[in-house]
Design a protein around this ligand. Structure first.
Ligand SMILES: [Zn+2]
Ligand SMILES: [Zn+2]
Length: 85
C-alpha cells in the first residue's frame, strides 16, 4: 500500500517562511515601505517558489532556532533563582 502522507519524491516541502505563499511581508512598516514592494516581497527562503528542498527547510528552521536562542539569551530573566548554579 502506498503511504499517502509521505512521498519520496525529492520535490521539497512547503516553505516554512512564507507557508507556500511565495511572498512575505516586507519589514518597512506598511505605508512607509522603502523597498518599493508595497508591503510584500518575494520570500527570501524559497525565492517566490512557495516550496523548498527538505535541506533548505531544515537549514532555515535551524537558523530560526538559533536566532530564537540568541534572543532568549539576551532577554532579561524574570526569575534568576532558577537553576542550580
Ligand atoms: Zn517562501
Ligand atoms: Zn518594503
Amino acid at each position: 500500500m502506498a503511504e499517502p502522507e509521505y512521498d519520496d519524491r525529492d520535490e521539497g516541502v512547503i516553505c516554512p517562511r512564507c507557508m507556500g505563499d511565495g511572498s512575505v511581508s516586507c519589514y518597512c512598516g506598511g505605508d512607509l515601505c522603502v523597498c518599493a514592494n508595497y508591503g510584500e516581497r518575494d520570500c527570501p527562503v524559497c525565492l517566490g517558489e512557495g516550496d523548498v528542498s527538505h535541506e533548505r527547510s531544515a537549514q532555515y528552521l535551524k537558523a530560526q532556532g538559533e536566532a530564537m536562542a540568541v534572543i532568549r539569551a539576551a532577554w532579561p530573566t524574570p526569575s534568576d533563582k532558577e537553576g542550580g548554579e
